[in-house]
Design a protein around this ligand. Structure first.
Ligand code: NAD
Length: 350
């Protein structure tokens, strides 16, 4: 029996991965999550009755609790999604980022290596520790070039520095202890269940409510957007076909400036909820969503451009994203328009 221990499974990407894993495999899925402001059982409501699903509330940095979960569930793989993930929050208060992203990953690695040492040879060979990381560890790009797996690390925010620290520990546990680790570094995700304070959901919800759409600096920072379901399929491919000790970059091949993203969101919303019929805009005398765009002071240390070279994942894992930005954004806007009650529930719970 395959048992996937999914840390951070009540968060945005983790909950999407839980659905993909339950749908595409016959594995048991055990979610371990602390339920911080970013995690919610609302994100797992539709899978909570599945006999192959279980939830445990715990902190990945709490060694006693993590050991108990390993004893209770004997995972055949760990997928580490748990993290403090919001760059702006890491600037305001980095402590939680070091606690969860660095110390938490260290605790998981320690418990996993002791767990593996107790397994028989075939279970040991089968065990995997997959660490989910970010392209932000590579720093910022100029107008050209792409992040490759061998691009030197140059993190610029407390968030990306804490993720870089975790990635190095994961690498070291492969080289020092022979733990079968894999690391995936992905670009910016978007899609259903994205926490409302992140850029894309924030823009969608503010536009629907007739609130301003705050754009950092000149709006020309570039990100490579990856639809969350595509990302989850890439993680599953890395788990099933990745070579231990390797890292894989997962990108969407969708480089856009923040301004382009906001404009696309405005035109997708216009199709579903025309501005002319939206009372929130009419009350303010506004007749187009784009009029809500407002430039605000730039984020300190704001990386200019991220872009991923995902050829290794295509070559070795046979993985490619299935959504381009237009189809992914259309699905995302549709989901948020149809799930205002979810947005209110997770914001109320925060
Ligand atoms: P998220 O903030 O939506 O979810 C994080 C989850 O981890 C939450 O459910 C939270 O409760 C849980 N958590 C936090 N601290 C914990 C702790 N100490 N113990 C147990 N659980 C804890 O994050 P996300 O956007 O889903 O990101 C998931 C992973 O993917 C993260 O590791 C992040 O660094 C990485 N990543 C995200 C993106 C993106 O665009 N969202 C891009 C690249 C990489």
């Amino acid at each position: 029996m395959t048992t996937l221990l999914v840390t951070g499974g009540a968060g945005f990407i983790g909950c999407n991965f839980v659905r993909v894993a339950l749908e595409r495999t016959d594995a048991r899925v055990v979610v371990l999550d602390k339920l911080t402001y970013a995690g919610s059982l609302e994100n797992l409501r539709d899978v909570s009755d599945d006999a192959r699903f279980q939830f445990v509330r715990a902190d990945i940095a709490d060694r006693t609790a993590v050991e108990q979960v390993f004893r209770d569930h004997t995972p055949t793989a760990v997928l580490n999604f748990a993290a403090e993930s919001h760059v702006d929050r890491s600037i305001d208060g980095p402590d939680a980022f070091i606690h969860t992203n660095v110390v938490g990953t260290f605790v998981l690695l320690e418990v996993a290596r002791h767990h593996v040492a107790r397994l028989g040879a075939s279970d040991r060979d089968r065990f995997r520790f997959l660490h989910v990381s970010t392209d932000e560890v590579y720093g910022s790009l100029g107008a050209t070039g792409l992040f490759r797996e061998d691009t030197p690390y140059a993190p610029n925010s407390p968030y990306s520095a804490s993720k870089a620290g975790a990635d190095h520990l994961v690498r070291a546990y492969f080289h020092t202890y022979g733990l079968a680790t894999l690391t995936t570094n992905c670009s910016n995700n978007y899609g259903p269940y994205h926490f409302p304070e992140k850029m894309i959901p924030l823009m969608i919800l503010n536009a629907l409510d007739g609130e301003r759409l705050p754009i950092y600096g000149d709006g020309r920072n570039v990100r490579d957007w990856l639809y969350v379901e595509d990302h989850c399929e890439g993680i599953l491919a890395a788990l099933e076909r990745g070579r231990p000790g390797e890292k894989y970059n997962l990108g969407g091949n969708n480089e856009r400036t923040n301004l382009e993203i906001v404009d696309r969101i405005c035109s997708e919303i216009e199709k579903l909820v025309p501005a002319a019929g939206n009372e929130a805009l009419r009350a303010k005398g506004i007749d187009a969503y784009t009029q809500l765009k407002t430039f605000v002071e730039d984020r300190p240390g704001h990386d200019r451009r991220y872009a991923i070279d995902a050829r290794k994942a295509r070559r070795e894992l046979g993985w490619e994203p299935r959504h381009d930005l237009d189809s992914g954004l259309a699905r995302t806007v549709e989901w948020f328009v149809a799930n205002r009650d979810w947005c209110e529930a997770v914001q109320r719970g925060n």
